[in-house]
Design a protein around this ligand. Structure first.
Ligand SMILES: CC(C)(COP(=O)(O)OP(=O)(O)OC[C@H]1O[C@@H](n2cnc3c(N)ncnc32)[C@H](O)[C@@H]1OP(=O)(O)O)[C@@H](O)C(=O)NCCC(=O)NCCS
Length: 325
């Protein structure tokens, strides 16, 4: 077996990487959302000022049988790296995953990153190779989220939010709202439950938002709803949904209600607003997915009222190097 750094400008090699990543996710997880080839390539071939990736492949007999992607933030969380490893079912329990991990760990340490995290999934009723593998390599579960799915079309529950108006946009936040929207995005990053993960929440600046919108827009349509109090124009929350180009799925991402506006079902109203746009403008989508901490009672209840049901559990696993290596 050989472990190589992937040349991200080699079309055949990047295709082989993506084929393995997708085949593994589909084999292990019936409801997995996989990134498209174009989205993967976009993140590698157009480097971001905020993120860097080092993809690796494991080759046996001239064939790619395992892949790994090591990622780093470049302007925050400088102690951290994230890592995803996938090995074809036909080549498991032969040390391929471990060999990819050894090389990824060498590269991580060479970058001065002392901690590493990665997501693994448990599907109800089947043992999780990801949890067993990560645990064997010294990682511990630090944060848990349920992956919830709602088949489409769906009927949102009726919500009355007297005193607020809901505004929506696609892809790019209008300039007039951008400062307030960044404040809410920052608040979301600080408020979202992250269990015991050793991760520093990131403040959203206008520059970071605009770079993100431009990059995301190449592979996704995004739909945003915000709630504004009619009496004084103060923003009370937002909800953000992504639609990957060329797929039939939708992703319900962040939903935040600012503290002084909580307890009025604004979260449900915001989710209903983005869902209405998904249904009207993207009738090809057959399901919408979201991820919620099972201890986040308010958001879990909101999701259940929409008809979302849990299909798998995600563990964010993390390991930290001892101070003397
Ligand atoms: C997890 C995964 C990468 C393991 O790949 P692999 O090549 O089979 O792993 P290795 O053979 O190197 O296993 C290393 C150790 O992990 C543990 N392990 C791996 N798979 C396991 C399983 N199914 N059950 C129990 N322990 C397991 C064992 O301790 C193993 O050592 P051993 O074989 O000497 O007992 C592979 O099953 C996979 O791609 N799963 C889906 C994606 C995923 O969950 N990735 C997790 C990392 S992000």
């Amino acid at each position: 077996m050989e472990i190589h750094r992937l040349d991200v400008h080699d079309d055949a090699a990047t295709r082989a990487f993506h084929d393995v990543e997708r085949a593994v996710a589909r084999h292990d997880r019936p409801h997995a959302i996989t990134r498209t080839y174009d989205a993967m390539l976009g993140s590698w071939r157009h480097p971001s000022p905020y993120r860097r990736y080092l993809p690796l492949v494991a080759v046996v007999g001239g064939r790619v049988v395992g892949v790994a992607e090591l990622g780093f933030s470049l302007q925050d969380n400088m102690h951290l790296a994230d890592l995803e490893i996938s090995v074809l079912p036909t080549h498991r329990r032969h040390g391929v995953g471990r060999a990819l991990h050894v090389e990824a760990t060498r590269l991580r340490r060479a970058e001065g990153r002392t901690s590493c995290c990665g997501e693994v999934y448990e599907v109800p009723g089947s043992a999780s190779p990801g949890v067993a593998f990560a645990t064997a390599l010294g990682y511990r579960s630090r944060h848990v989220e349920d992956h919830l799915l709602l088949p489409l079309p769906a009927v949102p529950p009726p919500v009355d939010v007297a005193g607020y108006e809901v505004l929506t946009w696609r892809d790019r936040c209008p300039d007039e709202y951008v400062d307030t929207y960044c404040e809410m995005r920052t608040r979301m990053n600080h408020d979202v439950p992250l269990g015991e993960l050793d991760y520093e929440p990131v403040d959203m600046t206008v520059e970071r938002l605009r770079v993100g919108e431009e990059r995301t827009g190449r592979s996704y349509t995004s739909v945003v709803a915000v709630a504004r109090r009619k009496a004084d124009g103060v923003f009370g929350g937002y909800s953000l949904t992504y639609l990957a180009h060329g797929t039939d799925q939708a992703l319900q991402d962040d939903t935040l209600v600012m503290p002084e506006h909580r307890g009025r079902h604004l979260g449900a109203a915001l989710k209903a607003a983005t869902l209405a746009i998904v249904l009207a403008e993207h009738p090809d989508r057959v399901a919408i997915h979201t991820w919620t901490d099972p201890d986040n009672a308010a958001m879990y209840r909101t999701n259940t009222a929409f008809g979302y049901r849990s299909v798998e559990r995600m563990h964010e696993m993390q390991t930290t190097d001892p101070t003397t290596l």
